[in-house]
Design a protein. Sequence first.
Length: 342
Amino acid sequence: MIEVKNISKHYRLFERDPGLSGAVKALFKRKYINKTAVNDISFTIPKGEIVGYIGSNGAGKSTTIKMISGILTPDEGSVIVNGITPYSDRTKNAKNIGAVFGQRTQLFWDIPVQESLELLKHIYEVPQDVYERNLAKFKEVLDLEALLPIPVRQLSLGQKMRCELAAAFLHNPSVVYLDEPTIGLDASVKIKIRQFIKQMNKEHQTTVILTTHDMQDIEELCHRIIIIDKGSVIYDGSLLSLKQQTRFNRTIKLEIDSNDGFTLPATLKTSVHLEIPEEEHHFLLHFNNTVISGSEIMKEIMRDYLVQDFTITELGIEKVVQEIYERGPEHAEVLGAVKVSN
Ligand SMILES: Nc1ncnc2c1ncn2[C@@H]1O[C@H](COP(=O)(O)OP(=O)(O)OP(=O)(O)O)[C@@H](O)[C@H]1O
């Protein structure tokens, strides 16, 4: 169980006037400004949940994760993870958690992966039988066998990431923080990694906080997402409800046999948004399926037009989230996708 209560983090930044005179002035008098990276964030994550923690670049994701995992201390507020305050009790906290932080490694650069894992076994005091069982499983699910004799520095990005995940889950931690675990990886490695996270979560009830810009990761792994923007939570809820609440969550691609163009029937004007793409005789109709169904729309259109073909697609999460990022928290209400939790 993770309880985050009203945490904020401000960075103190050194500010210098431009040019040579600025550099000289700064030698004698330093000017600082405060930058708020995380602003009064609260949420609770029960045991066994996989939560996607997402936001655009610089939104404050890493800063939040660093506070929850004990690397940084919040300036205000508090964090409790399984009864422990992570930044106050770092040693005890380390035994309970696993982490993969993007480009950084917890494996030893110059020695074979197997020896790195052995060392971590001792550091985390993992019983031999648990170690052997886990290693056997990791070999199978992450396809590790061939990588174990190789030093980390000789591994490709995807190979290294598979080993990092094995290291993060080696001691059966109750909470795992994953910061961009699939960044830059090819599709087959991404699939492997997602399968592995799912399996570990299912078998051990591992709580996972996943930070990623890859919306496929979110779609496949997380029922709940927390979206932050400019340091504040702008959405905390299910992925499904985010999609449903978005202004348009479906699109009909329509091909009609008409040289006179296409106008929306009056009955659809309030519920359907028409987009006219470059392609001749093709039209896009955006709508929300909780307001009007695709078949109702098609019935109306077929009264006036000869429809050659049509397809209905669901709005991908990329689009939903992109719209929220672009509009920002101040416009999120218009989008109808906001449920602020704190
Ligand atoms: N050590 C630091 N010193 C000063 N400012 C920092 C520091 N770390 C982060 N920031 C600033 O705090 C804000 C939040 O940064 P953070 O790294 O938490 O964002 P993020 O959501 O993880 O971004 P990204 O997706 O790009 O990794 C940014 O404006 C960043 O410039």
